[in-house]
Design a protein around this ligand. Sequence first.
Ligand code: GDP
Length: 419
Amino acid sequence: WQARELAKLVFVGHVDHGKSSLIGRLLYDTDSLPDGKFEELKAMSERRGMPLEWSFLLDAFQAERDQAVTIDTTQIQFRTEQRDYTIIDAPGHKEFLKNMVTGAANADAAVLVVDAREGVQEQTRRHGYLLHILGIKQVAVAVNKMDLVDFDEQRFAEVSQEVTHYLNSIGVDPTYIVPISARDGDNMATRSERTPWYDGKTVLDALDSFHVLTIPTEQPLRFPVQDVYKFDDRRLIAGRIESGILRQGDTLLFSPSNKTVRVRSIEAFNRDPNPVEARAGESVSITLDEQLFLERGEIASHEDNAPKLTNVFKGRIFWFGHEPLEAGKTLKMKLATREARVTVQAIDSVIDTDTLASRPAEQVGRNQIAEVVLRSKQVLAVDEFHDIMRTGRFVLIDGYDAVAGGVLSMEGYPDQRRA
Ligand code: GDP
């Protein structure tokens, strides 16, 4: 018996270009709809005098989800012969971009939907840019509503070129570009006879050919401390290993406190209770050779490959606060298990996702992307996003609300460990 592989997907694209329809159709084509749902959809569409309206499916899921107590119960999933898929949040959901950016879950791949008539639009650009910022490299572009352009090869070529041009300019290389009609199912699960000129993959084949991101065991060890507690007179340090491998007997360096100590034992649950090693993705507790005062928020690493130490750094943020952000504002930052107060020292630039120009600005408006300088009173242990994703991204909180997600860069700022 082997667990089936699970891939996490995000669907992005301009409003009304067909994300919901595409997802609804995928659920149908992969036989993933709950019993009776298809009949319900058909009846509802007929009542409104419409052809099958696939996007109603998502509306129905959304309604269930809004009422659900736990979010997990209505996760949208489908499966192919090859693996299981889960859709991270759903388009149209008001928290969608927020959830995507705050990285509740990392996506393995993205589907960018573009209307064949309209081509690249404002949100196509913004979402594409977010994929780039979030480091999502496996991107399938679905050029949708091909039925409305008579499956014209020429039009498909134009839109493909336009999308590729934009994505390339921001460093994203679309893996596949598929001409589809989400409404009619062309090139979704099966190859369409209406696009004889197309010999690439269907949407499902494209998805199946993506890789599920491997948990980063080959990267440097990062073990953020979640909790320190006493059990049977022993002090246990609990957390989730975000990257790398932790072994019994390893000497660990805790940052930013800069304490080094040897791992006496690893305590795990539900399996070998005292493994000699634990890997990225696992939650474990460890005991140490010495009693140290450690707090939640410290990050354990190996000595020769530690996180950087700093109290000032650059953040590329996506701002979704209702009020514009201005320099001088103090916010709470969450980075791994650490919470710290940070002040926006400067707004370096706001990036216009239409033109990709970055311009100086006094304010960052809702749904804008900006480069800012953040400063904290205390020294923090950080990584750069391009080195280690999981400890190189953060969320900013104002009061109780998440107002931005961002990725961290130390460009221009020294690692204070070496200073
Ligand atoms: P979203 O806002 O991106 O989720 O877009 P929807 O899935 O809600 O679709 C917006 C509109 O486009 C709806 O009226 C759909 O019926 C229509 N639509 C979606 N896909 C197709 C398609 O392949 N062909 C046609 N003709 N209409 C489509």
